[in-house]
Design a binder for this molecule. Structure first.
Ligand code: ADQ
Length: 482
């Protein structure tokens, strides 16, 4: 049962959301590309690999006739919708995945738990398993993504066996996996781990997350973990590994060359002539450390009052999970802090902080990355952080400096090329920022070359093909060592 290169038929990608959001406009259904780290990573893969993508289309579609229309409109993008009613989708996505699981995965204390969202989480994983078990053929590689679907490998394996289909199941976690004891806070911790252990291959962003997972399997389930990267559980061998997720740097290079972006860069450079520009782009999420970032910038301006008119921080905070209370509260808090900072440091010449709570078009994003002398990323925890890669991809001309929290997964690989700091330490952040803006040309070039080499070598296409290749080897020899 080898893996054929007719990958369109033989590779299924599964994520909670499809990369396309469907909307009803004047009675008809329209789809548009959605944004986020997973979409960025997997869209790079579309250049090199063909696959069918399963996920929720982001809208409730009740009528059968309407479902057929959505199905047809997504078919041209090789996307297959899994329809969920809105209450169930809400409880699964906001209730369990984002309010209970996400904080645990990112070391947030004060664990929440409630049975209703947990039941919804299980139900949605079952519905996904039903749809995919029907669609897969023997020999199909099934690559499941992220924390919304941790039960899926087990549910799917059972259904595939019942249908007599032999498929390889891979799983990639896009968040950290927390250390030792932390995971035990979650009452349903065992179910989720057992769900994952029906995979043939589990991928993590860093060796640290992988090892945390392996240790948890040993302590929680007594799984055999003596051989590196291998977990022996219930007569199955599960392989684990680190796969460096990346971006498609060429897409940024191509966009930067367009007249629209070149014009925009010129305008921005004119506007900020004689000033240093710092950029920040983050989903509005507490894991991105935005509160810490604004406080650190405040500290920086207090430490260097002479720079108030010479430095600007352009912070894009992309709206995210707006139905979740914690995110609404964070948004209010950030607006207040941003107002206070400008109240304190503004001069008739202008304000040192531009806080934008909205999404910006891709062309504007690349122009901002390109004109910035530094990029400040302050995650308190972050699976990888692809914004750090994107900034580097847009800095081939200027060799801007990356100021990167040591808690972003990306810091594991980019430490030597960036200026690292602890995000809770505002003094350290202020010093890191000052150092970045005053780095001599030689050191800036050295750091940049290191980062450029890393970002251009570890592309999303490479990430995808490495994972798929390894998964296809598991498909051919499921008992072979990892
Ligand atoms: P995210 O938490 O979403 O991803 P990140 O990795 O930084 O975080 O990716 C964000 C992506 O969204 C970037 O590609 C960025 O360009 C895009 N984006 C940001 N603002 C945008 C805008 N205004 N318009 C369009 N696109 C925008 C999760 C994990 C990360 C992990 C990724 C991938 O939380 O830790 O790196 O998945 O695995």
């Amino acid at each position: 049962m080898g893996y054929s290169t007719d990958a369109k038929r033989n590779l299924i990608i599964v994520s909670n959301r499809l990369p396309l959001s469907v909307k009803r406009v004047d009675g008809a259904f329209e789809s548009s590309l959605s944004s986020g780290g997973l979409v960025t990573a997997l869209s790079g893969l579309t250049k090199s690999t063909q696959f069918r993508w399963f996920g929720w289309p982001g809208i409730e579609v009740k009528e059968l006739q309407d479902q057929k229309e959505v199905l047809k409109s997504l078919e041209q993008h090789n996307a297959s919708p899994i329809f969920l009613d809105s209450d169930l989708a809400h409880e699964h996505y906001n209730g369990f995945s984002n309010r209970i699981l996400w904080p645990i995965l990112h070391y947030q204390s004060g664990v929440l738990y409630d049975d209703t969202p947990w039941q919804a989480y299980k139900r949605v994983n079952e519905l996904f398993a039903d749809a995919i078990a029907d669609a897969a053929e023997s020999g199909t590689l099934i690559w499941v993504h992220d924390y919304h679907l941790m039960l899926l490998p087990e549910l799917l394996r059972k259904r595939l066996q019942d249908r007599g289909k032999a498929c390889a199941i891979g799983f990639s976690l896009h968040t950290p996996f927390p250390a030792g004891d932390f995971w035990r806070n979650l009452p349903v911790r065992k179910h989720l781990i057992e769900g994952l252990l029906s995979s043939d291959l589990i991928g993590f962003h860093t060796d640290e997350y992988k090892q945390n997972f392996i240790d948890t399997c040993a302590s929680l389930l007594g799984a055999g973990t003596q051989i590196p990267n291998q977990i022996q559980y219930k007569n199955r061998l599960v392989c684990t590994d680190k796969f460096i997720v990346g971006i498609d740097p060429q897409k940024f290079a191509d966009t930067l060359k367009t007249p629209e972006v070149q014009d925009r860069i010129k305008t921005l450079k004119e506007r900020y002539k004689g000033m240093k520009v710092i950029v920040g782009v983050d989903r509005l999420d507490y894991i991105k450390g935005l509160t810490q970032k604004l406080k650190g910038f405040d500290s920086f301006l207090e430490d260097h009052p002479e720079l108030r008119t010479k430095v600007v921080l352009i912070q894009v905070a992309v709206p995210s999970r707006e139905d979740v209370k914690e995110y609404q509260e964070l948004e209010t808090e950030l607006c207040t802090i941003a107002g206070k900072i400008n109240g304190k440091h503004a001069t008739p010449e202008g304000t040192p902080l531009l806080y934008m709570h909205r999404s910006v078009p891709f062309t504007e994003l690349t122009a901002l990355y390109s004109v910035a002398d530094a990029c400040l990323l302050t995650s308190t925890r972050d699976g990888m952080n692809l914004v750090s890669f994107e900034y580097v991809a847009c800095q081939e001309q200027n060799h801007g400096v990356l100021v990167l929290s040591e808690f972003a997964g990306a810091a594991t690989f980019m430490r030597d090329g960036s200026i690292p700091f602890h995000p809770a330490n505002t003094t350290e952040m202020s010093e890191a920022l000052f150092a970045a803006l005053n780095l001599d040309d030689k050191e800036r070039q050295r750091k940049f070359e290191f980062l450029w080499d890393f970002v251009t070598k570890n592309t999303s296409a490479k990430w995808g093909s490495t994972f798929i290749e390894k998964l296809s080897r598991r498909c051919s020899h499921s008992s072979a060592p990892c």
